[in-house]
Design a protein around this ligand. Structure first.
Ligand code: UDX
Length: 458
C-alpha cells in the first residue's frame, strides 16, 4: 500500500532534488506522522516536543504508540539523517522555513470548547526566537478565529515581526491509515491571511509538490474557512454515523437489517457507503471533542440554535453505549456477578488509542453495575490499563472469554472476526454474544448454537 506511494516519490525526488527545512511542533499521532511523511517526501525535518522522554524515544527510532507503517518510516529517516527530534524551540526557530503546528487541542476540562492552551504555549515558546522570515502552518483542530489571533500574538513577540506569516493547513488524518492518508490525501487545504506579499501559499505548494504532482487537489482559502473545513468534515462524519445508528434502532424495532439497508442506500452516489456502519458509535480523540467544540464556538458566535441536531448526534452516540449495556442485562437477566468478556478496548481497530473509547465506556458501565469484566485488545492493553486499572486484563481473546456468561465484541479487529464459534464456545460458560460492531457472520454464530445479537440486525 504505502510501498507504491513511496516508490513514486523516490523517483520524483531524484528528478527534482529540492528540500525545505520543515519543523513539526508536537510529536503525537498527528505530528509524528506528519514529520515522518515530510521526510519521506524529501524534506529535512526537525520534530519538536516538550517531553524529553518522547524525543529520546523518537530519536532512537521508536514510535511511542501503534500506527501501522509509521515506525518503519521513522527509522528509515532518522537513520538517513533527514529526520531528527529535539526539545529546543531556539533550534526550531533557527532551522525552520516552515513550522507545522501539530499539538493537541483536547476538550476543555471545564465545558465543551476546544482547549487551545498547548497551541498558545507552543507559539509563545517559539515566537521570541523567530528572527527570520518564516511560515507557521497550523494543523491542529482549533476554534474558528484562532489562526488570526495567533498571527497577532506571534507578530507581537517575534523579532522578525510581520515577516512571520500564519497559515492554516488542517489535517484529515485517520488513525490506522495515517501514513497512507498523509502521503496520499484526498485534498490539501491551505488557508492564508490577506497579505498580498505573503509567501505562505507558495511555500506550502513547494512543501507538498511531490504529493500535488500525483493529482491531489490544492485548495486555497482564507484562514477561517480552513479552520472550519476540518470541524465541518468531522461533524458531517459524526452525523452520518449518528443517522445510521438511529436507522439501526428503527430496523431492530421493525425486524429489518441495517447492514443490508446501508448497502442499498450507499449505492446512491450522493449518499455513499462509507461511514454507514451501524454499531457502538464513534469515539476517539477527534470526532467527539470536535463536534462539541463546534457547537460551543457556534454558540459563542450567536448561531448555536443551528446546531441543535449536532447536540442530538452527540447524545444519540452516547446512548449507543448504554444500549449495549441494556442489551447485555436483558440477555443475562442481571449484571450483578455476571462474567462479561469484552473483546476490544481501542476506539477502533488498527490503533492503540483508547481516548473516548466506546468499548472502555461500556466496560466501565458494566463493571459499575456489578459485572465481572475481563477484557482483551490486540494493541491497546497498556493504554486501557492506564485509563481503567480496575478491569481484569486477559492475555488472549480466549483467555478473556474463559467462563464468560456473555461475550461482547466492541472493536472490530480482524482477529476477533476470525474467531471460530466452536473454539469460543469451548471456553465460555454460556453461548451469548453481542456483536456491537456488526462485524461477525450472524448465521455462522447462530448455526453453532449461540444467542447472537447485533445492533440493528434482525
Ligand atoms: C476521524 C476522521 O475520519 C479524520 O478525517 C479526522 O482527521 C479525525 O477524526 P479517526 O478518529 O482516526 O478519524 O477515526 P475514524 O476512522 O474516522 O472513526 C471514528 C469513529 O467512528 C470510530 O470510533 C469508529 O468506530 C466510528 N465509526 C466510523 C462508526 O461507528 N461507523 C462508521 O461507519 C465509521
Amino acid at each position: 500500500m504505502t510501498g507504491g506511494v513511496r516508490g513514486t516519490f523516490e523517483g520524483s525526488l531524484a528528478k527534482w532534488g529540492f528540500r525545505v527545512q520543515v519543523v513539526v511542533i508536537g510529536a503525537g499521532y498527528l505530528g509524528t506522522t506528519h514529520a515522518a511523511c515530510m521526510a519521506q517526501i524529501g524534506h529535512s525535518v526537525l520534530g519538536i516536543d516538550i517531553s524529553e522522554e518522547k524525543v529520546a524515544k523518537l530519536q532512537s527510532g521508536e514510535v511511542p504508540f501503534f500506527e501501522p507503517g509509521l515506525e518503519a518510516l521513522l527509522r528509515e529517516h532518522v537513520a538517513s539523517g533527514r529526520l531528527r527530534f529535539s526539545t529546543s524551540f531556539e533550534e526550531a526557530a533557527a532551522f525552520g522555513d516552515v513550522h507545522f503546528l501539530a499539538v493537541g487541542t483536547p476538550q476543555s476540562t471545564r465545558g465543551r470548547a476546544g482547549d487551545v492552551s498547548c497551541v498558545n504555549a507552543a507559539i509563545d515558546s517559539l515566537s521570541p526566537h523567530l528572527a527570520r522570515p518564516t511560515v507557521i502552518a497550523g494543523k491542529s483542530t482549533v476554534p474558528v478565529g484562532t489562526a488570526r489571533r495567533l498571527a497577532e500574538r506571534v507578530q507581537a513577540a517575534a523579532p522578525a515581526r510581520e515577516a512571520v506569516e500564519v497559515a492554516w493547513n488542517p489535517e484529515f488524518l485517520r488513525e490506522g491509515f495515517a501514513v497512507e492518508g498523509t502521503l496520499r490525501p484526498d485534498r490539501i487545504v491551505v488557508g492564508a491571511g490577506d497579505r498580498p506579499e505573503g509567501r505562505a501559499i507558495e511555500l506550502l505548494r513547494e512543501v507538498y509538490s511531490l504529493i500535488l504532482a500525483e493529482g491531489v487537489p490544492f485548495l486555497v482559502t482564507d484562514l477561517e474557512t480552513a479552520e472550519l473545513v476540518k470541524v465541518a468534515a468531522n461533524a458531517f462524519l459524526a452525523t452520518k454515523v449518528g443517522f445510521i445508528n438511529a436507522i439501526a434502532e428503527l430496523c431492530e424495532a421493525a425486524g429489518a437489517d441495517v447492514a443490508m439497508l446501508a448497502d442499498a442506500i450507499g449505492r446512491d452516489e450522493r449518499i455513499g457507503r462509507q461511514y454507514l456502519n451501524a454499531g457502538l458509535g464513534f469515539g476517539g480523540g477527534c470526532l467527539p471533542k470536535d463536534i462539541r467544540a463546534l457547537v460551543a464556538r457556534a454558540e459563542e458566535l450567536g448561531v448555536g440554535d443551528a446546531f441543535a441536531f449536532l447536540r442530538e448526534v452527540d447524545n444519540g452516540n452516547m446512548r449507543q453505549r448504554s444500549r449495549v449495556v441494556d442489551i447485555s442485562r436483558e440477555i443475562c437477566g442481571s449484571l450483578i456477578g455476571t462474567n462479561v468478556a469484552i473483546l476490544g478496548a481501542a476506539f477502533k481497530p488498527d490503533t492503540d488509542d483508547v481516548r473516548d473509547s466506546p468499548a472502555l465506556s461500556v466496560a466501565g458501565q458494566l463493571q459499575l453495575q456489578g459485572a465481572n469484566v475481563s477484557i482483551y485488545d490486540p494493541k491497546a492493553m497498556d493504554n486501557a490499563r492506564k485509563t481503567m486499572p480496575t478491569l481484569d486484563y486477559a492475555v488472549t481473546s480466549l483467555d478473556a472469554c474463559r467462563g464468560a456468561d456473555i461475550v461482547l465484541v466492541l472493536t472490530e479487529w480482524k482477529e476477533f472476526q476470525n474467531i471460530q464459534p466452536g473454539d469460543l464456545g469451548a471456553v465460555t460458560q454460556t453461548k451469548n454474544i453481542v456483536d456491537a460492531r456488526n462485524c461477525l457472520d450472524s448465521r455462522q454464530w447462530r448455526a453453532a448454537g449461540w444467542t447472537y445479537r447485533g445492533l440493528g440486525r434482525s
